[in-house]
Design a protein around this ligand. Structure first.
Ligand SMILES: Nc1nc2c(ncn2[C@@H]2O[C@H](COP(=O)(O)OP(=O)(O)OP(=O)(O)O)[C@@H](O)[C@H]2O)c(=O)[nH]1
Ligand SMILES: [Mg+2]
Length: 311
């Protein structure tokens, strides 16, 4: 099995750490924990996109720890903050499905990273030895087909395409039949981007999902909401709407690299309780990794051992 590249979490969260939490090592290293230190910490957490409620909860929790245990050493504060943050992340284990084919539908707003993520997932599954089929149930743009076809060629994965303007449900139906007939392991259905506020487009998505279920019992087994990590708090509204419409089972947090709002993962877990199963860290086929709460939180914080402010 080809090895997937190691993920550099610190590099991926570089912007969030520098832009939003840049003063954290100074804050943690301060000798006097004054009111303004706590305010500054809370402001940094808001800027990292934890959301106001969670930022204030986290600050209060850390403050309590510091008060109760008399913590002033920056190492102790850092590890307390790490533990507090970790406590907010739900376990990221994906739903285990034994059926074949396992049907995964990727949903999300325009440009969130669905097609790229479908390709990355295909690459990953293929590297694990699974037989995968891609379905281009985005029939709005002719270019969408091409984009997925290019990925499929590059990865050596088969793809079912629809005619531009044709019914995306029909593409999903054909693809589910093909996956079943060929006894494949996983069908990845790429859908077109849609505003979570559009009633008609959400109804269409429900139809795509239902259609796969007519061919494969229990499908779709996984509905993956692809969220763009640079969008921040609006992602929460998107997640609520998609969950209500099509029962999202998990979040794939794309574009965590380059985002200064990487704290959104914490807000998602805290507010929605949905597992973040994967994260996108670049545009290449290998730039996808299972979400690792420990590595993620470590990467948000300045390097352990009193590193300089840029941490
Ligand atoms: N840096 C970075 N770029 C990404 C990532 N995922 C996707 N992109 C880029 O984001 C852009 C949009 O990605 P697509 O996969 O086309 O998004 P989409 O959700 O399919 O878009 P629509 O189908 O138009 O709704 C592309 O330029 C991708 O290369 C990621 O994890 N990191
Ligand atoms: Mg797309």
């Amino acid at each position: 099995m080809p090895r997937m590249p190691e993920l550099n979490w610190r590099k991926a969260l570089d912007r969030t750490r520098r832009v939003a939490l840049g003063r954290l090592s100074e804050i943690l290293g301060t000798t006097e924990l004054t009111e303004s230190v706590w305010e500054e910490l809370e402001a940094g957490l808001v800027q990292a996109d934890l959301g106001a409620v969670l930022a204030s909860e986290v600050t209060a929790a850390l403050r309590k720890h510091a008060g109760a245990q008399g913590l002033t050493r920056s190492e102790d504060l850092r590890s307390s903050l790490r533990d507090v943050l970790l406590g907010y992340l739900s376990p990221s284990t994906p739903r285990i499905v034994e059926t074949r084919p396992q049907v995964m539908v990727l949903v999300g707003v325009n440009g969130s990273g669905k097609t790229t993520s479908a390709a990355k997932l295909a690459a990953r599954l293929q590297a694990e030895g699974r037989r995968v089929l891609l379905a281009a149930a985005d029939t709005y743009r002719a270019a969408a087909d091409e984009q997925l076809q290019q990925w499929a060629d590059r990865l050596g994965v088969e793809v079912i395409l629809g005619r531009p303007g044709s019914d995306p449900g029909a593409v999903a139906f054909d693809a589910a039949q093909a996956a079943l007939a060929r006894n494949l392991d996983v069908l990845l259905v790429d859908t077109s981007g849609r505003m979570h506020t559009s009633h008609n487009l959400m109804a269409e998505l429900q139809k795509i999902c239902r259609t796969t279920g007519k061919v494969v019992p229990g499908a779709p087994h996984r509905v993956v909401l692809v969220l763009d990590a640079t969008t921040g708090q609006n992602g929460l509204a998107q997640a609520r709407a998609f969950t209500q419409a099509v029962g999202v089972t998990e979040i794939l947090l794309a574009k965590l690299d380059g985002s200064a709002k990487g704290g959104i993962a914490l807000a998602i877990s805290h507010q929605l309780g949905l597992p973040i199963t994967f994260t996108g860290l670049g545009e290449g086929p290998g730039d996808l990794a299972p979400f690792d709460p420990q590595a993620y939180v470590e990467a948000l914080l300045p390097a352990a051992g009193g590193a300089p402010v840029s941490g």
